[in-house]
Design a protein around this ligand. Structure first.
Ligand SMILES: *[C@@H]1O[C@H](CO)[C@@H](O)[C@H](O)[C@H]1NC(C)=O
Length: 319
């Protein structure tokens, strides 16, 4: 008897451990939480969201937007998209609603404070929406999904608080896909040097004394697995940029990508399966003080590069 008991405890422990093993973070699973809605919002979010998107943060995605609490992640979560569905089967649809994070906030253990419009859109019918809204806070399930902006390129909006030419602040619009923007480089296009910018707050990137001349804004997209991809715009920000203006980068996340290479050994950099087409090799120079500068070549490595050949980058670093 005692042995049987011991065995059943053992197998229960084993089952428990198995369950633990399966509970590893699952990127495609719904996570249980709660959602409320902005009491003061009508069909949209708020113009004054913590992400710094301004009016864009209220009306993007037709006003299906949300404030996030932990998912705000000090601003890294700004612009991320989530499928949110409530769980009361009397009122709620299976599909729920897709929202974009444009603000930071929490209320009564919620992960999301949806726009009133998005909250109602979790319901099956208009009547069900009225019932949901009357509840105020509901149980939900959510998961991160890809943002999709058909017919939109990534666009840079110069913040109204910028002061040409001394202080440049901007946000990035139409961040497609499921990756976070984790770093931004500002490159001047005359000497081809780049600087890493600071995230000021939310989705707002700033630099005092930006370089003069046309500017190129590169974005580092990072996924859950830590894979990182630099997206390089086709179009520059013009020399005489203006507060309040928007500038089309000419690219969306699936084109114009850069990869970080591995130092194989010594001074040798390698990549298996390099992309086809002409290639641009950028180099990060770091000094003793930890200051870092990306140097961007003028000339590309031609499409049909050959072992043993040398190719002149067309640039040199300043001494
Ligand atoms: C996006 O950029 C491409 C390349 O510059 C351009 O041809 C296209 O018109 C742009 N799309 C939109 C919707 O502006």
């Amino acid at each position: 008897m005692a042995n049987l008991q011991f065995l059943s405890i053992l197998s229960a422990t084993f089952l428990f451990l198995l369950t633990l093993g399966n509970a590893a973070p699952c990127s495609d699973c719904f996570i249980h939480s709660r959602a409320a809605y902005y009491p003061n919002s009508d069909e949209q979010g708020t113009d004054t969201g913590a992400c710094g998107f301004g009016a864009f943060g209220a009306m993007i995605n037709a006003g299906d937007v949300s404030a996030a609490s932990d998912l705000y992640r000090d601003g890294v979560g700004c612009g991320a998209c989530y499928q949110v569905r409530c769980t009361n089967s009397n009122y709620c649809s299976d599909k729920g609603v897709t929202v974009v994070i444009t603000d930071h906030g929490a209320s009564d253990h919620t992960d999301f404070i949806l726009s009133r419009r998005a909250f109602g859109r979790m319901a099956q019918t208009r009547d069900a929406a009225a019932s949901l809204l009357a509840l105020g806070v509901v149980d939900i399930e959510y998961k991160r999904i890809s943002c999709s902006y058909p017919n939109k390129n990534i666009t840079v909006k110069i913040d109204e608080n910028s002061n040409y030419p001394y202080y440049l602040a901007f946000v990035i619009w139409y961040q497609q896909g499921k990756n976070d923007i984790t770093a931004v480089q500002l490159c001047e296009t005359e000497n081809f040097v780049c600087k890493l910018l600071d995230r000021s707050y939310g989705a707002v990137w700033t630099i005092t004394s930006p370089p003069s001349g046309p500017l190129s804004i590169r974005m580092l997209f990072s996924d859950d697995d830590g894979d990182e991809t630099w997206v390089v715009p086709l179009n520059n920000i013009p020399e005489n940029w203006k507060p309040g203006e928007t500038y089309d980068s000419g690219v969306q996340t699936e084109n114009f990508v850069c990869k970080l290479l591995d130092r194989s050994y010594g001074a040798v950099w390698t990549i298996t399966s390099p992309p086809s087409g002409p290639l641009s090799i950028r180099m990060l120079f770091s000094d003793d003080d930890g200051d870092e500068t990306w140097v961007v070549p003028l000339n590309n490595i031609p499409e049909n590069w050959k072992p043993g050949e040398t190719y002149d980058s067309g640039v040199q670093v300043n001494v």
